[in-house]
Design a protein around this ligand. Structure first.
Ligand SMILES: Cc1cc2nc3c(=O)[nH]c(=O)nc-3n(C[C@H](O)[C@H](O)[C@H](O)COP(=O)(O)O)c2cc1C
Length: 145
């Protein structure tokens, strides 16, 4: 697995950005070089980088505006060399809980990317500090490598 990680953020209000920052610190401690993209753009993702998509859900199950162009870009790509983690933030009082993360998972798998493990869905109702849950999970994932 590559020791470069690109964190691709989908966020409206900033919570997913905080999670991305915390996950970046975990990855750096584990020896990764990390880029965080707050305006994700396929053209600028480092070749051979592992991906971590970290996105909230807005509207009625929609992707945040800032990650929509990236999702559209991916639909024309062959991602068969890509290995990705997916972290979703959502609120379980919506029946579209974490739909944006699920949308990104579907795009990745439709384009032949490999999901490294089951996605993490963080329910902000249960986790008022979502980065705590994310850090615990990601530390465990990286320890498996
Ligand atoms: C207007 C609005 C719509 C939302 N819609 C959903 C939704 O459909 N599904 C879901 O799981 N969470 C939904 N949420 C919850 C957000 O995903 C959650 O608050 C998240 O922490 C926001 O992250 P962000 O600050 O990175 O945008 C919604 C929140 C707002 C304010």
């Amino acid at each position: 697995m590559s020791h470069h990680l690109t964190i691709l953020v989908g966020s409206v209000l900033g919570a997913a950005e905080y999670v991305a920052d915390a996950l970046s610190a975990v990855a750096k401690d584990a020896g990764y070089q990390v880029d965080i993209q707050l305006t994700p753009d396929f053209e600028t993702v480092t070749a051979d980088s592992t991906w971590l998509i970290c996105t909230s859900t807005h509207g009625a199950g929609e992707l945040p505006d800032n990650i929509q162009p990236f999702a559209a870009q991916l639909k024309t790509q062959d991602l068969s060399g890509v290995h990705a983690y997916v972290v979703g933030l959502g609120d379980s009082s919506y029946d579209t809980f974490c739909y944006a993360a699920q949308t990104m998972e579907k795009v990745l798998s439709d384009q032949q990317a490999t999901l490294i493990c089951e996605p993490l869905y963080i329910d902000v109702l249960n986790h008022p500090i979502p980065e705590e849950k994310a850090v615990e999970w990601f530390s465990q994932q990286l320890a498996k490598k």
